[in-house]
Design a protein around this ligand. Structure first.
Ligand code: BTN
Length: 390
């Protein structure tokens, strides 16, 4: 793959299913009905909900209905219907479905409907306003332009498609809902509307794939720096690019790249973070996960997704700019310091099913994991590590 003139690379890790990673053929997601207009072009949304206990299917109009309700005040059925162009009966049906999916809704005669736990939707303006300060003219990295969409198949797929027609350097795309969010190794990525951050950032490098081997690790450093700057403590990395807290998965990074083997390359850095995952959704994910609301604890008002997204984009832009000049080397020591498994005895499951044991010695300049077995050292480019009990 590396030797080809055009290449496409997806960060590779081991074969065990991890947090958020479900096989694409998951029967929980049957095909959408096409006949039920206006729901035909809809999307599945779990609002604090239980995917297998009821999926809310929303059109962009349905989304706009919930945006109206997101201010947390009462809205009459009539006003809602008029504002989104649905019938009152349809409004009532969408809201019933939303409730069945776990959305806390209050109905008061004469007043209408109110969302009890209104999600604060992503807002490109709010994010963009906080991005001021990055950009060459401020002496910082390249400017980042943010776009927010209600739904898309995958923010990474969409940016990759766009890269065929235009330069996506510094282009960030965040979605409230991904209909086909992707994790590593062809798995899907589970997220909830209002309770996750799913976004991708496009970046152009003059170099080729060899130089970019450590990029996903450097991006991990950027993500943890951003979370720390926003007051979240105890967040760490797990090789190759999981974001964890107390060994529970908080988020993941998917790097995809396209270009000539020796450069230039267009990369799409896709990031998924759990902000507030309902219990029922956690249960549906195969391995243990956590979210930022839990980490923040009593300070959970800390979790403002717009602010966090701006911080993540700023830190990532800084990291990517430095990486383009110096590669992974300047990040290696920090990465190791932030690696929850550094110096620990681990079991490494290789993609072919083989298992290797060793102590984590660190990562090399290309981001490969270095395991020590006595005086011997071996490097690994892919696989999945877990702690080995002594
Ligand atoms: C992993 O498997 O740990 C990586 C998950 C990456 C998920 C993010 S969400 C935004 C972007 N779009 C996708 O389809 N995937 C990435």
């Amino acid at each position: 793959m590396w030797g080809q003139r055009r290449f496409s690379f997806v960060a590779r890790i081991g074969s065990r299913r991890t947090a958020h990673e479900k096989v694409v053929s998951d029967p929980i997601f049957p095909p959408l009905p096409d006949a039920d207009a206006p729901f035909a072009a809809g999307l599945r949304v779990t609002f604090g909900g239980v995917r297998h206990h009821g999926l809310l299917v929303l059109t962009p109009l349905g989304f706009s209905l919930l945006r109206h309700l997101a201010d947390g005040t009462f809205h009459s059925g009539e006003d809602l219907a008029a504002s989104v162009g649905l019938t009152r009966a349809r409004v009532s049906q969408v809201l019933k479905d939303a409730e069945a999916s776990g959305l806390a809704l209050e109905r008061v005669k004469g007043l209408g409907y109110r969302l009890l736990e209104a999600p604060r939707f992503l807002d490109a303006k709010a994010v963009g306003a906080r991005l001021i300060g990055i950009g060459k003219e401020q002496g910082g990295p390249a400017p980042v332009v943010i776009e927010v969409v209600d739904q898309v198949d995958s923010t990474s797929s969409e940016l990759m498609r766009r890269s065929q027609r235009k330069d996506i350097h510094g282009m960030a795309l965040a979605a409230e809902w991904q209909t086909a969010g992707r994790g590593r190794r062809g798995r899907t990525w589970t997220a909830v509307v209002g309770g996750s951050l799913t976004f991708s950032l496009g970046w152009r490098f003059e170099q080729g794939a060899g130089f970019l081997a450590g990029l996903s690790l450097a991006a991990g450093v950027g993500v943890v720096r951003a979370l720390e700057a926003e007051g979240f403590t105890g967040v760490a990395l797990k090789w190759p690019n999981d974001i964890i807290h107390r060994h529970l998965k908080l988020g993941g990074i998917l790097i995809e790249l396209n270009g000539d083997a020796l450069g230039p390359s267009t990369t799409v850095i896709g990031i998924g973070l759990n902000v507030r995952l309902p219990e029922a959704v956690r249960k549906d994910i195969d391995s243990p996960v956590t979210d930022l609301t839990k980490i923040a604890g009593k300070k959970s008002s800390l979790v403002d997704r717009n602010r966090l997204l701006a911080r993540l984009l700023s830190e990532l832009a800084t990291v990517l700019e430095q990486y383009s000049n110096e590669g992974f080397a300047p990040f290696a020591a920090e990465w190791q310091h932030r690696h929850a498994y550094q110096g620990k005895p681990v079991r490494l499951l290789l993609p072919d099913g083989a298992v290797v044991h060793g102590k984590v010695a660190g990562v090399d300049a290309s981001g490969a994991l270095v395991l020590a077995d006595g005086p011997r050292r071996a490097r690994f480019l892919s696989g999945e590590i877990s702690l080995r009990r002594a």
